[in-house]
Design a protein around this ligand. Sequence first.
Ligand code: URA
Length: 304
Amino acid sequence: MNRRAQFLEVLGIATEWVPRARTGAPAEAVPAMAAAPAAMPDARAPAAIPAAAVAAEVAEITEVAEITEVAEVTEVTEAVSAPPMQPAARGPAVPALVPAGPAPGSAQADREAAIAAMDWPALEAAVAGCTACGLCQTRTQTVFGVGDRQAEWMLVGEAPGENEDLQGEPFVGQAGKLLDNMLGALGLARGRNVFIANVLKCRPPGNRNPEPAEVAQCEPLLRRQIALVKPRVIVVLGRFAAQSLLRTTTPIGKLRGTVHAYEGIPVVVTYHPAYLLRTLTDKARAWEDLCLAREVHDRAGARA
Ligand code: URA
């Protein structure tokens, strides 16, 4: 079974979707790339990759157009023929989810500078002993992240849930099984050319949404992980992680289908596996997202 067929089966849509011959997709069927935003004063602030550069890099995203529908025509047709996203569709540059960076010279600025200089052992120790926010009082243990530290792919989720808090590894529950299957369909595996981490390293009690102050404390740790791994592409899983990383309040439906950037690394947004377990109709869209991520990954490799 080829990868696409395997993926469709994993997603439970193998019987509903069939590939169509590559016929030269119309221009509007290619997922839009975000136009370049205005320069942001904060060097860490993410930006969409300039449209021209990305269009050249990812000019031929035809996988999406190759999935034609048998049973649920409107779902994918709408997804693939969405008009190019306009800059105005993006959220404010400094949204509510992640506060602006620390004041220069403050203790938080010093902490962030120290984290930014850490190697893997120091970073692991910093996460394990972190008491920067109240989540340290309720966690069983921190969840650092798992995988190949020289991976070309990095996946970023929201925060540990109950199982992850108990086992100390991201995505070990039902959602993790789906994630592993999705990785397998892409020819990847946990620990082999993939590093998986979360925005938060500690479980929010009762799996409540992370709070902005918690994200602000934890994001420097993730940023350092990303800097150390240096992936070719980051796949962000779910609304919360996407909005935190990209510093936006734009809904996930609008963040998908566009190549963003975090610290200069291409970012593709897709749905959270836990959401996909509940929402069959969006699984085809997740496939589109992973096809886009693979295209971005492959193009980045060709350039290297
Ligand atoms: N959901 C996440 O976002 N991360 C995990 O590690 C587990 C569930």
